[in-house]
Design a protein around this ligand. Sequence first.
Ligand code: NAX
Length: 328
Amino acid sequence: TRTPVNVTVTGAAGQIGYALLFRIASGHLLGPDVPVNLRLLEIPQGVKAAEGTAMELDDCAFPLLRGIEITDDPNVAFAGANVALLVGARPRTKGMERGDLLAANGGIFKPQGKAINDNAADDIKVLVVGNPANTNALIAQAAAPDVPAERFTAMTRLDHNRAISQLAAKTGAAVSDIKKLTIWGNHSATQYPDIFHAEIAGKNAAEVVNDEAWLADTFIPTVAKRGAAIIEARGASSAASAANAAIDHVHTWVNGTAAGDWTSMGIPSDGSYGVPEGIISSFPVTTKDGTYEIVQGLDINEFSRARIDASVKELTEERDAVRELGLI
Ligand code: NAX
C-alpha cells in the first residue's frame, strides 16, 4: 500500500475547485492506485462552502481519498504538500488597472509561495491556475527561494487542449491523432498556439491545413479568446474544462508524455528560444519521471517568431511591473 500523496487546492470553494476535487479524489490526478489526502485552502468567507464540498466528497466514498483538511491558514494547507494547485486568485473587476490586479494577486501568491517554501514536502510540484497565472506563478516562485524554481509552473494546458480541439474540427481528424502542438508565451490573449511542428496522423499539421489566413484570422484568435466565448455562452467562466486541464497538466508532469508527443506548460525560462531567463512562459515540453524538459531545436519561422516575441514582451512587462511593486 502506497503512502497517500498530499494534494493542496486553493480556492477550493470556487467553481473550478468544485469541478476539480472530485476528479482528484477519484484518482484522475495521479493514477488509479495512488491514495490522496486533500488540503483545501480558502479565505475565511469560503471555508463553509468548502466544508460543504468536503461533505459531498465524503458521500462519494472514494476508495483513494484518505483524508480532507480545510483551513484558511496557508501554513497549514501546504504542510507536507506534494502537489499544490493554486486556483484561488483575485479576479479583475471593472475599472481595475493591471497594476492593481498584479498587486492584489501579489497579496495572495507571495504569502502562499512563502508558505510553500516553509512547509511543503521536498518533492513539491506547484501548478498555478489563478490568473494572471504566469505572473502569479513567478511571484510565488520568487517567494520560495528554497524550492527549485522549476517546480513552479503555470497552466496553459487548457489553451493546448482548446487548440487541439479546434484543429481536429477544422481537419476532421480525431483529437488522438494530433500531436506536438505548442502553446507559447502567456496564458492571455497574446498566447501563440503553434501548429507548424504539430502532426496530424503523422503529417505536418500546417501542411495539412495549408491556409495561413485561417491560422492568423480564425484559429489563433478562436483559441486565444475561447475563455471570453465561454463566458458569453455559459454566463460563467470555464470551470470543468479548466479543472480537466489542471488534471492533465499534473498527470502528464508526474506520469510522463507519450513517445512522439509533447505538451505545453508555463515554466521558468532557461533562455531557450530567446525567451528571457526566469520569466514563466509556455513552452513545448516532454516529461518523464516527474521532471520536464523543453523540446529543443525547433525551427521557428517568421510567423511564429513575431507572435512568440509579442507574448513574451507582455510577460516581461508583467515581470517588470511586479518587480516595481516589490513582489519579486
Ligand atoms: P471562483 O471565483 O469561482 O473561485 C475562486 C475561489 O478562490 C473562491 O472560492 C475564493 O474564495 C477563493 N480564494 C480567493 N482568494 C483566496 C486565497 N487567498 N486563498 C485561498 N482561496 C482564495 O473562480 P474560478 O472560476 O474557480 O477560477 C479560479 C481562477 O482560475 C481565476 O483566477 C480564473 O481567472 C482562473 N482561470 C485560469 C485558467 C487557465 O487556463 N490558467 C482558465 C480558467 C480560469 O479562468
